[in-house]
Design a protein around this ligand. Sequence first.
Ligand SMILES: [Zn+2]
Length: 295
Amino acid sequence: MGHDHHHHHHHLESITSDLKKIYIAAIILNALFVAFEAWMGFHSDSLSLVSDAGHKLVDVFSLCLTLLAFILAGSRPGKRFTFGYRKLTVIISLVNAIFVAIVAGTIIYESIEKMMDPSALSPDGEAISITAGVGIIINALSVFLLSYKRRHDVNTRGAFLHMLTDCLLSIGVVIAGFIIKWTGFVLLDPIVGLCIAGFILANILSVLVESFKMSIDAVPEGIDVAKIEEDMVSVPGVKDVSDLHIWPVSTTETALTAKMYIDAGAGQTEIVRQVKERVKAAGIQDSTIEVILPE
Ligand SMILES: [Zn+2]
């Protein structure tokens, strides 16, 4: 059977060294901003800033996770860890999602509590605008960093688009800060905070469900089992497929094992090559197929 396995790892390693530096720079930049924004948020009594700091903390986590996935994808299987440490990305994703859901839930609770008693509100509109303005610069820098290599990798392209969206969000918070300063409409602060936290929670719930499913080896989202089985059986010489297992090796890699019954006298090597090619086209990098000849 072919060794597409090694080729795949080699390809990842060659893009990893440049990407690693870009990710580390983006992580440090955004982590510093999270600390700054959270401090400003508590200092200026602003829930929209605290909420956005929570949101950026999520972004830092997902950048870390993507970086870790790159590093772990290159980790060699050991004697006791025959899959390497790639599955760690799934566990980290799950723990991260639980943590984020708790943070978002707390901010939503705080926002509602503050909205019930607006007399206690005293957000500093100017501080909100200035902090969100710094956020625009940080997001723009991140967009610039990630645009450098984004064409080579789907995760990086996703991160690039996300940071671009975040620029718009920061512009929105700058405007909210001005409105609070000029009109004294203090209720806008917890409203913005609630919207951001609600948005985080809505997004993280799907990640939570997906990473939980992945941790118990469910077929990853976007992979059509029936279609793959059909593709395998449609290769000339293949009679049937059984014991088909598809599971995530990491958040980005998927494996498959199956038993395949073939016709007597059919060219085994060629059949397996074609089947593996179709399986790979369906997004599954590692496949192990047991060929069963007629009695
Ligand atoms: Zn974001």
